[in-house]
Design a protein around this ligand. Structure first.
Ligand SMILES: [Zn+2]
Length: 313
């Protein structure tokens, strides 16, 4: 089962729309040939993607926080396109960057500034862009920066963590951590979570297979030193964690999307990943709350990296 889609039951529908979309693109490709776009209609992709190289084994991307809607880009209308942006997630990432700077650290940072109605940077290229040439150029650059950051982290630190930062509108005001495991899988026993079939679909699988102290998959997902538990201890409830082991089947919960599936160790390599879905109230809603969360994020992620990714771990 391919990971990175919100719900398994949507897979067949996505496949149907994907095939239909491919047919339409093939039939209409003379009309969408990039070479026929006039220069005046082209946007400069680098004007819409922020990239900051880092000095630590952490990469943060923000796919859905943008507010810019250049008129050259049509509104997306393919695949039941979602247009709702993740409010204040760019502002949140910048606060996190400032907080890391206070301790001399700099995460790799990749931000899509386009509004989600123009580009959804947490979808595959066709669905993200709906075939628009300009949207494709921005998607390419955004994803190129993430891939380059992963290569740099691997060269500099041998291993690391990729965070795709989002904001959810679900009623429960808690952080949702997506490791590509669905609600019913997170509800399994520790023993089942530590079995090969569950490890091999996890975005933390490199860490599970190489952990120097031998911590298990279940420990890393919801043990005392898991990211969820560290965030909880900093005052921000999170699922999964020791305090909230799994979402209910009736909850709307984000298990991780395209970016987490493609840029974590689920696809191989030594960079693990997590989609962090931040709640709104008390976290993203005001500048003061974003600053407070940035402090907790830096404390929690620094502890997580030191525990599990440093030579001492
Ligand atoms: Zn999002």
């Amino acid at each position: 089962m391919k990971r990175g889609s919100k719900r398994r039951r949507g897979d067949y529908r996505a496949l149907y729309w994907g095939l239909l979309f491919a047919l339409i693109v093939m039939q209409g490709c003379s009309a969408t040939d990039p070479s026929e776009n006039s220069a005046a209609d082209k946007v400069e992709a680098s004007s819409y993607v922020v990239f900051e190289p880092g000095n630590m084994p952490l990469i943060i991307s923000v796919a859905h926080g943008g507010d810019r809607r250049p008129e050259q880009l049509p509104d997306r209308s393919c695949f039941d396109a979602v247009h709702v942006k993740d409010e204040f997630t760019i502002e949140l990432a910048l606060e996190i960057q400032k907080e890391f700077a206070k301790i001399g650290k700099k995460p790799f940072l990749v931000i899509n500034e386009l509004h989600r109605s123009k580009l959804d940077a947490n979808r595959n290229r066709a669905e993200a862009s709906c075939g628009d040439v300009n949207a494709i150029a921005v998607w390419d650059l955004f994803h190129q920066h993430i891939q380059e950051s992963r290569a740099k982290v691997q060269t500099m630190f041998k291993k690391g963590l990729y965070v795709d930062l989002h904001g959810h509108g679900n009623p429960k005001q808690r952080i949702e951590l997506g490791y590509l495991l669905y609600e019913d899988e997170l509800a399994l026993s520790d023993e089942q979570l530590n079995s090969e079939p569950l490890i091999e679909v996890s975005s933390l699988q490199h860490l599970v297979r190489t952990h120097p102290s031998g911590l298990l998959h279940s420990d890393l997902l919801r043990g005392e030193r898991s990211l969820g538990s560290l965030l909880h201890a900093s005052g921000y409830p999170a699922v999964p964690s020791a305090q909230d082991k799994a979402p209910l089947l009736s909850d709307t919960y984000f298990s991780g999307g395209y970016n987490t599936a493609n840029y974590s160790s689920y696809k191989g390599g030594p960079i693990d990943g997590v989609q962090i879905e931040c709640n709104f109230s008390g976290l993203r809603d005001t500048e003061e709350n974003r600053k407070a969360f940035a402090k907790a994020f830096v404390l929690s992620v620094t502890a997580f990296l030191e525990e599990h990714y440093s030579e001492r771990s």
